[in-house]
Write a protein that binds this ligand. Structure first.
Ligand code: HEC
Length: 148
């Protein structure tokens, strides 16, 4: 026999549903907060980042690399993602340094090219150290592919 859907039943579903999803929300919040300490970059928090990394970060900012590139997804979409460029170049600082030195790539018409920045060897090392450091951040395997 079909039973009427009463107001009481509707209210119970409303309160029950609200309570259930509120508790689920709390559980997920606690879970996230509990996982953060394992994913924080302790070295960075304790100020133990290498001097070259810090210098590379400053160069990164002063030269507005983010105006063309993304870093872990943040930035402009003109040029490749650089959060994983260290891995893309075969875990090689030399690859990054050589690349930056060799720009602009003339001779390929219509292709976007990166400008020449005329960095010193020390500055190039600092930038490469910074990009190496970024590639080691636990970003839950993001970006999902190795391409830029
Ligand atoms: C005016 C835009 C622009 C700026 C600013 C810029 N880049 Fe680039 N960059 C590019 C473009 C375009 C490419 C890819 C094409 C190319 O040059 O071969 C590239 C490629 C790269 C690559 C190689 C990526 C790959 O996967 O092949 C690295 C490393 C890089 N840039 C680092 C930097 C750093 C570090 C800075 C800041 C000092 C910077 N870029 C600033 C436009 C820019």
């Amino acid at each position: 026999m079909a039973q009427a859907f009463t107001k009481t039943m509707a209210r119970n579903i409303f309160y029950g549903g609200s309570a259930f999803f509120f508790l689920l929300f709390l559980a997920l919040t606690f879970d996230s907060v509990g996982q953060l300490p394992n994913r924080d970059n302790r070295a960075a928090l304790e100020g133990a980042v290498g001097e070259q990394v810090a210098k590379g970060k400053i160069l990164w900012e002063e030269n507005n690399c983010i105006g063309c590139h993304t870093l872990l997804g943040e930035g402009a979409y003109f040029a490749p993602e650089l959060g994983n460029v260290y891995k893309r170049f075969g875990n090689s600082k030399d690859g990054i340094i050589g690349f930056i030195k060799s720009r602009p790539a003339n001779g390929i018409p219509g292709r976007r090219s990166m400008p020449q920045f005329n960095f010193s060897d020390d500055e190039l090392d600092a930038i490469a150290e910074f990009l190496k450091y970024v590639s080691e951040i636990n970003a839950a395997n993001w970006p999902p592919n190795i391409q830029g």
